[in-house]
Design a protein around this ligand. Structure first.
Ligand SMILES: Nc1nc2c(ncn2[C@@H]2O[C@H](COP(=O)(O)OP(=O)(O)OP(=O)(O)O)[C@@H](O)[C@H]2O)c(=O)[nH]1
Ligand SMILES: [Mg+2]
Ligand SMILES: [Zn+2]
Ligand SMILES: [Zn+2]
Length: 405
């Protein structure tokens, strides 16, 4: 059976053969030239209204194909479902879809922005890897909607728009993650395409929004679940005085969000891997195979209260590898804190339903924001933000592991 691929933009699946092409609208050797026009599929599925060459089918296993109208050869391969231009080498290099989920105001958008910024600018050079936008739209959108407000204007974000309010879709950001294997004799850069999508807290409240998000979640290769420690009732007495306190109960509590995500994934748990995408499992037994990184955000609010020697006060080893021992130390420490904060039910859900989960503790900002929702005057000082992604990449086999585990 042909392996199925998932589009990094719409998360629908198809086989390599089904990949379609778009005419380049260059003048062909025969002197013919196709006209650019608006593509209704691209408008409907992605909200993109630009004028582009006509779409045609050919054998998607090849990298180029001649346009049947003008005979010019094109290298633009497109998704057969949403008509987005697929990144170069799509289908050849690894392609991983990563979903960012969590309750309202848990810190998803801030975390995603800081993580990507760090990978593109700071950690990258030191760690022997590089992250680049895979397409122009991602580059522009990451700049204007995420990076500039936070890093240039020091402004925190308004709540993320729900998928239902966004014409029933989410708009992922697609990057090329490259790892330089400097120490190898025949060093050859290896690439992974990473597609990130940020949900809105309310995406897990209504039946309607859950339906829209199921496709994205079920086809994700990894999930980052953001938990706000301040939402656990038992954590509050330990938080730094003056921390902004969110609601702890009701629809949007951490336990309810995890329960909803889990019920969305359970029907698709079988076997995992590409072949199992979006095909509900026939057998009732088994746990969800998608790895889930369970991330305690806003750790800066708790630093004063952690026991000396806690791994959540230590600087992580910073290189391109995933450090197993350090990660397991953090995992156990977070699990211990969860119990202390009366969040033990989270641990039970994870243990019962997931084959692979790991706890993390991070701070995207490194400090409490100001009362008027701005970054603290000391600036953004991220702590351990790359740990969850490196774990997922090590689970995918895309980065090396250091140490036993
Ligand atoms: N102390 C502290 N506060 C943070 C940090 N990251 C985010 N916050 C706070 O959490 C608020 C919400 O962050 P967002 O990233 O917008 O939350 P979200 O999960 O995307 O929220 P929705 O899009 O509404 O679901 C911010 O406005 C900050 O007040 C952090 O690292 N430390
Ligand atoms: Mg958000
Ligand atoms: Zn043509
Ligand atoms: Zn698509």
């Amino acid at each position: 059976m042909a392996a199925s691929l998932a589009c990094p933009y719409c998360y629908e699946t198809f086989t390599v053969r089904e990949i379609m092409f778009r005419c380049s609208t260059q003048t062909s050797p025969a002197g013919k030239r196709c006209k650019r026009e608006r593509d209704p599929v691209l408008v409907e599925r992605r909200g993109l209204r630009g004028e582009l060459g006509p779409v045609f089918t050919a054998d998607g296993r090849t990298q180029l194909a001649p346009c049947p109208q003008c005979e010019a050869v094109t290298t633009f391969r497109i998704c057969p479902v949403c008509h987005s231009t697929l990144p170069a080498q799509f289908g050849v290099v690894d392609n991983r879809l990563i979903a960012m989920v969590g309750a309202k105001a848990s810190g998803k958008t801030v975390y995603m922005t800081v993580l990507l910024h760090e990978l593109m600018n700071r950690v990258g050079a030191r760690g022997g890897f590089a992250l680049m936008a895979a397409d122009d739209e991602t580059m522009t959108r990451f700049g204007t909607d995420y990076q500039e407000p936070l890093y240039q204007d020091s402004q925190l974000f308004h709540g993320t728009r729900t998928a239902v309010a966004n014409d029933n879709r989410v708009d992922p950001l697609v990057f090329r993650f490259g790892l330089e294997r400097r120490r190898l004799l025949h060093s050859r850069p290896e690439h992974t395409l990473l597609s990130f999508f940020d949900t809105a807290g309310e995406d897990f409240n209504s039946h309607e929004s859950i339906q829209v998000n199921t496709r994205y979640l079920a086809n994700a290769d990894g999930i980052i679940l953001i938990l706000d420690p301040l939402q656990f009732p038992g954590s509050r007495p330990l938080a730094r005085p003056g921390s902004v306190l969110p609601q702890t109960e009701g629809e949007d509590s951490p336990i309810n969000v995890l329960s909803r995500v889990t019920s969305m994934l359970l029907p698709y748990r079988a076997g995992g891997g590409l072949g199992a995408r979006l095909r509900p499992s026939r057998r009732g037994a088994g746990r969800i195979s998608t790895p889930i990184a369970v991330v305690f955000a806003k750790l800066d609010a708790f630093w004063d209260g952690l026991a000396p020697g806690s791994p959540l006060l230590a600087q992580p080893p910073g290189d391109e590898r995933f450090h197993t021992a350090d990660s397991l130390d953090v995992h156990e420490e977070v699990r211990h804190l969860l119990r202390e904060w009366r969040g033990g039910a989270i641990d039970q859900i994870l243990e019962t339903n997931y084959q692979r989960y790991r706890y993390f503790g991070i701070s995207a900002l490194g400090n409490s924001p100001t009362a008027d929702s701005r970054v603290a005057p000391t600036g953004i000082q991220p702590y351990r933000v790359t740990d969850p992604l490196l774990w997922l990449l090590s689970e995918f086999g895309s980065v090396a592991r250091h140490g036993r585990g």
